[in-house]
Design a protein around this ligand. Structure first.
Ligand SMILES: CC(C)(COP(=O)(O)OP(=O)(O)OC[C@H]1O[C@@H](n2cnc3c(N)ncnc32)[C@H](O)[C@@H]1OP(=O)(O)O)[C@@H](O)C(=O)NCCC(=O)NCCS
Length: 142
């Protein structure tokens, strides 16, 4: 399995991977091609894929605002799970963020997503039960 930086040419495969993984994503908003192309240009190296030969089987999207880093959309093809791929992708995301001076990493996980929660805790992330996540959206698609 090889990890490499994703480029906008990988976008169609990334969308297919998210679908296979059952991950909710926003094709008309922040996961659409134009938006992702802008993000990749602004933050080279923060979209990372895991490949079996030429096939994209895992991915992670790291982001940061200069203050904190976020690890988003970690997804592994159902046929490749429990082989340590998400762990590798998460470490690679952390490494890329460290390279940009980031020292604190966060994850937002739906409470029903036990696999992700287990993964995060197994990787040393602390669950903050006293923090509530609030958001304000211009539309449901963003
Ligand atoms: C969550 C997900 C990315 C995990 O991918 P993975 O490659 O199978 O995870 P790893 O093999 O790296 O697992 C590392 C550790 O995480 C924990 N873990 C991962 N999946 C787990 C599961 N289904 N149940 C319990 N623990 C799990 C275990 O501690 C595991 O170590 P172990 O296999 O030695 O016990 C994958 O299940 C997935 O793509 N889910 C759908 C997409 C999704 O929900 N993404 C998260 C959005 S926040």
């Amino acid at each position: 399995m090889k990890l490499r930086k994703l480029t906008i040419g990988d976008h169609p495969e990334l969308i297919k991977l998210w679908k296979r993984s059952g991950l909710p994503y926003k094709p008309k908003g922040r996961d659409g091609r134009a938006h992702i192309a802008r993000e990749m240009a602004a933050n080279p190296g923060l979209f990372i894929g895991a490949f079996d030969g030429d096939i994209l089987v895992g991915a992670i999207v790291a982001t940061h605002d200069g203050r904190k880093g976020w690890l988003n959309r970690v997804a592994v093809d159902p046929d490749y799970r429990r082989q340590g791929l998400a762990r590798k992708l998460t470490l690679a995301g952390e490494r890329s963020l460290r390279g940009q001076g980031i020292r604190i990493f966060g994850l937002l996980i739906h409470s029903y997503n036990r696999a992700s929660l287990k993964l995060a805790q197994a990787m040393g992330y602390t669950l903050h039960r006293d923090i509530l996540y609030l958001s304000k959206r211009d539309s449901d698609h963003v």
